[in-house]
Design a binder for this molecule. Structure first.
Ligand SMILES: [Zn+2]
Length: 667
């Protein structure tokens, strides 16, 4: 009996590991999410009933319950060297000449990989089980970040059985934060007045250095393996083969690794990625070029801190020069005042930009940026425009330093610096600027999704006094809207219909729409699943909130405090009285895409890469990475790549995002 249960537990674990592998490594999920969740729940139940069988490599044991005290250090069995940089084709050719000389005329080839802008990590597996994970540190010793690395689902806690599981194997790779998660995280930080991460690399590093791994688990970190550290038995003769063995172990390796026969081919691959990189859903800052043969790597050896057989090719940062037209101060939904630079529109890394957040007043002071200044704009992590330099020598005469506002530019209410001093907050609870932001967020696409209730209309509704809180939206009549400037009969009807339709949004959207500090859609979904009803969530005692695995103590306290506030409860009552009925529904099952193989290319407006893959999977479809005759259709976003040409060539159907949304019944 006991043996049976043990066997059953091990079987479930093995099944879950296989599905993680199919999802995170091969990108070819075979079962819908619900089925995965069922297997997971089954395993958790069995383990709870028989805790003696819980082992650290179980898929249920990724997140530790308690924060850690601090980070220990780990000495790397083999030092983690850094890689020398090159910036142009000439430097690459010089590198190739050194290789040719070092190998004394022997044949050689290269492997070219993407240089992911994240944090280098060394994972140590013993008998196939992840025993520790360390940052690079100074190359000799790094920080022990095992607890946090365990929360990254792309990293297997147990390697899949390959023909021979190694006694010891160290895998090196990059932990990174996908672009969408980075943007969402910074948006959340802006709202709560915390300092922002400058780029996805800092965000990944910061997330790995958290003392509470429950928070790390929410940061959507991911991983690609790219090199071998210590290993008991040689894995292969070539780096190329090592990467393929990694995949067999269940480790994610980026699909775009390429072999190159000579340096010309290397240069060609590098320059094609310089353009293609904007289509990835994570950031790369260059390419890494390695001599393929491990024997030859050994012959070439290392100089001091970096290997001779490997070099990186860094992409140039894209910059543009423009002139500041004004510096405006905006008030956010929690009252934070943010200075924003408005400048002459300029083309930067493929898009036209005309404004950049200056983050806070210390930053404005540091840059001493003024109206009329000529400035250099760069995209932080290639995503968010930033003012990086003020050309003071070009400053026109008579400019004045920017003055930090002494009152809220919107309501003229009092302002106060927050604890760490960098942020100013409007203290007026009735600030209309804050209210407008709250309403915009409430009606936003990821919350109540009220399509025709845009910023301009919200502005008018608040200014005329028609809407003073969320509930007032649902009391609006068509006549009210018609009285506003420039509103025609048809648009007024559309607005009223959209508001009406939003009354029955799922519970998680409703929770997200309230704008509780640090609660984004993801946490809202967790809360909806956990409590399944609004009253239960509102009355949840603090220990009940703290017990939820994926929610940290600070966030639990925020939720608790929010629902203990009389004013908040009154607004929610008002919403319910006005006919809003948030219901919890388990994700509806649909087989709209059953049996379909779909290739996605280009940038989508509504989905990041993982999200679209997840969605296709949820609706019973399958994603593939390349177009073939077996492809049912290609979903093409903005700036599609060569996959689109291939589709046209093979006569495979191509659809756009709108058509896709229709297919799955979202519009
Ligand atoms: Zn204000």
């Amino acid at each position: 009996m006991a043996e049976d249960i043990k066997k059953q537990i091990e079987k479930l674990r093995q099944e879950l590991r296989t599905h993680d592998y199919l999802y995170y490594v091969l990108n070819q999920p075979e079962i819908p999410d619900q089925q995965y969740d069922r297997l997971f729940a089954q395993l958790r139940q069995l383990e709870q009933a028989h805790p003696q069988y819980i082992t650290p490599d179980s898929p249920t044991q990724r997140v530790s319950e308690r924060p850690i005290e601090g980070f220990g250090t780990i000495r790397h069995a083999i030092p983690m060297l850094s890689i020398d940089n090159t910036y142009n084709a000439d430097d690459l050719r010089k590198f190739d000449e050194r290789i040719a000389k070092g190998l004394e005329g022997a044949d050689y080839d290269y492997v070219v990989e993407l240089k992911i802008d994240g944090l280098a990590i060394s994972l140590r597996y013993e008998k196939g089980i992840l025993v520790n994970a360390a940052t690079r540190g100074d190359g000799e010793t790094g920080d022990d970040v095992t607890a946090n690395v365990r929360t990254i689902k792309a990293i297997p806690l147990k390697l899949l059985s390959d023909s021979q599981i190694q006694e010891t194997i160290e895998v090196r790779g990059e932990v990174y934060m996908p672009t969408k998660s980075f943007i969402a995280l910074n948006r959340q930080k802006t709202e709560s007045g915390e300092p922002l991460f400058a780029n996805p690399r800092n965000a990944a590093a910061g997330s790995l250095k958290l003392l509470d791994s429950r928070i790390t688990a929410q940061r959507n970190l991911s991983f690609f393996a790219y090199a071998l550290g210590e290993v008991s038995q040689p894995l292969a003769d070539e780096h190329w083969q090592v990467l393929h063995r990694f995949k067999k172990f269940g480790l994610p390796v980026h699909p775009n690794i390429k072999k190159a026969a000579d340096i010309d081919e290397v240069i060609e691959i590098c320059s094609s990625w310089e353009k293609e990189r904007h289509h990835l859903d994570f950031q790369i800052d260059g390419m890494v070029i390695k001599v393929n043969s491990l024997d030859q790597q050994e012959i070439l050896g290392a100089t001091g801190r970096s290997p001779r057989w490997c070099i990186s090719f860094k992409f140039p940062a894209e910059q543009a020069e423009t002139i500041i037209e004004s510096i405006e101060v905006q008030v956010g939904k929690s009252g934070i005042l943010t200075p924003v630079a408005k400048f002459k529109p300029v083309l930067l890394a493929g898009t036209t930009v005309k404004s950049a957040s200056l983050h806070n007043f210390d930053q404005v002071d540091r840059l001493d940026v003024r109206q009329g200044d000529t400035v250099i704009i760069e995209k932080a992590g290639e995503i968010i425009p930033q003012v990086v330099e003020v050309k003071k020598e070009l400053r026109p005469v008579g400019t004045k330093p920017f003055k930090v506002p002494e009152k809220c530019p919107n309501c003229e209410g009092p302002v106060k610096k927050n604890e760490n001093g960098a942020y100013l907050r409007c203290l007026n609870p009735n600030c209309l600027g804050q209210l407008k932001e709250k309403l915009r967020y409430f009606a936003g696409r990821d919350q109540m999704d009220i399509e025709n209730l845009g910023p301009a209309l919200i502005e008018q509704l608040v200014d005329t006094g028609l809407v003073k809180n969320f509930a007032d939206i649902y009391k609006l009549q068509k006549e009210d809207i018609l009285e506003l400037e420039r509103m025609a009969e048809k648009s007024a009807t559309n607005v009223i219909n959209a508001i009406d339709q939003s009354k029955n949004r799922p519970l998680w959207r409703f929770i997200a729409a309230l704008g509780i500090r640090n609660i984004g859609t993801q946490t809202a979904e967790i809360l909806a699943d956990e409590f399944a009803s609004l009253p239960k969530l509102m009355d949840a005692p603090i220990d009940c909130l703290q017990k939820i695995e994926q929610i940290g103590p600070v966030v639990a306290q925020n939720i608790y405090d929010y629902f203990r506030n009389e004013a908040n409860r009154k607004v929610i009552d008002g919403l319910l009285t006005a006919g809003v009925k948030p219901v919890h529904q388990k994700e509806k099952k649909s087989d709209a895409l059953a049996g379909k193989t779909i290739v996605v290319t280009g940038m989508l407006e509504n989905f990041s890469r993982p999200q679209i893959e997840q969605t296709i999977k949820q609706f019973g479809g399958k994603t593939a990475s390349s177009v073939s005759k077996n492809t049912d259709f290609v979903l093409a976003g903005a700036e599609p790549g060569s996959k689109l040409d291939k589709a046209t060539q093979l006569g495979v159907k191509v659809i756009d995002e709108k058509e896709f949304l229709k297919m799955i019944g979202k519009i």
